[in-house]
Design a protein around this ligand. Structure first.
Ligand code: SF4
Ligand code: SF4
Length: 286
């Protein structure tokens, strides 16, 4: 069995307690237009091309076995990675590699002393890590056997039977709650809200530690009415989890050229601190 990973990031402080190694799994079925992880959207490997550091040597073109045109190479690209390997400047990078659970565990086991010293561990993120469930749970079982704290960051759009597996292998769920409004979710995420809300409730019935994270996205979930709906949902949940309200930011704007993508939120202002404070008060009131 292999999984597809697009990054392994060490020393992370925002993905659970202590110092963490975060493993980013490739692929997500949702279509959130504000997503800041271009690399995590597609399930397939792809080439990131940074024109600003390209020296124009054309080594990539010579390395490629497909029909090449300077502007159209993506059309025939099979993401074999040959151009990235040959590129002397690092302008081309293969994003997404196959890895077995054993290989992944040996890559992260070198950090075990840091985990123990800081109360940290491993966090799976993405993309949507539960979109590769076989690989995720195979890795989790091996990591857990080493006594390492395990967290997963998820949007909750997956079959309900995975809750029991999360409970078995994981210590913490960082739940990325988008909205409770069915129609808004349907139009922006490409699917309704029911699966995610049901799964969040099931997780809150379980013994898993949970932190709910809500990114305030302009025009989607940041109005008083949107926030009230979210707060009411959480107030009536089986237990009340800690909630982190975080600003939308435009990290993806800097990545859009790497993947020849258009980022529709590039022109929007990041959520201001004042609005975050207002949202916190609204939640605290409830
Ligand atoms: S990844 Fe392979 S197919 Fe795609 S452009 Fe590079 S060398 Fe050609
Ligand atoms: S090999 Fe790298 S540096 Fe050379 S032309 Fe291709 S992308 Fe640019």
């Amino acid at each position: 069995m292999t999984g597809r990973v697009f990054d392994i990031s060490r020393g992370c402080v925002d993905d659970g307690p202590g110092l963490r190694t975060t493993v980013f799994l490739k692929g997500c079925h949702l279509t959130c237009p504000w997503c800041h992880n271009f690399e995590g959207k597609s399930f397939r490997p792809e080439i990131a091309f940074d024109e600003s550091i390209c020296i124009g040597c054309k080594t990539c073109q010579q390395a490629c076995s497909r029909t090449w045109s300077p502007d159209g190479w993506r059309i025939e690209c099979t993401a074999c990675g040959a151009c990235a390997q040959a590129c002397p400047s690092g302008a081309r990078r293969l994003v997404g590699r196959e890895i077995t659970p054993d290989e992944l565990v040996s890559e992260i086991a070198v950090d075990q002393d840091f985990f123990e010293g800081t109360g940290g561990g491993v966090t799976f993120s993405g993309g949507e890590p539960l979109s590769q469930p076989g690989f995720l749970f195979a890795c989790a079982s091996k990591i857990k056997k080493r006594g390492i704290h395990l967290a997963v960051e998820t949007s909750g759009y997956w079959p309900a039977r995975y809750v029991a597996k999360l409970e078995r292998w994981f210590d913490l769920v960082l739940f990325d709650l988008k909205h409770v409004d069915l129609e808004k979710c349907r139009s922006e995420l490409g699917t309704g809200s029911r699966d995610a809300l049901y799964n969040l409730e099931s997780i809150l019935f379980s013994k898993l530690a949970v932190e709910v994270r809500i990114t305030l996205v302009p025009g989607f979930n940041d109005s008083d009415d949107d926030l009230r709906q979210l707060a009411e949902f959480l107030r009536s949940a089986p237990r009340r989890p800690p909630v982190r309200l975080q600003p939308f930011h435009r990290l993806a704007a800097s990545k859009q050229d790497l993947f020849d993508q258009v980022y529709p939120f590039a022109g929007l202002c990041p959520t201001g601190e004042e609005r975050i404070m207002e949202a916190k008060e609204l939640f605290a009131d409830r």
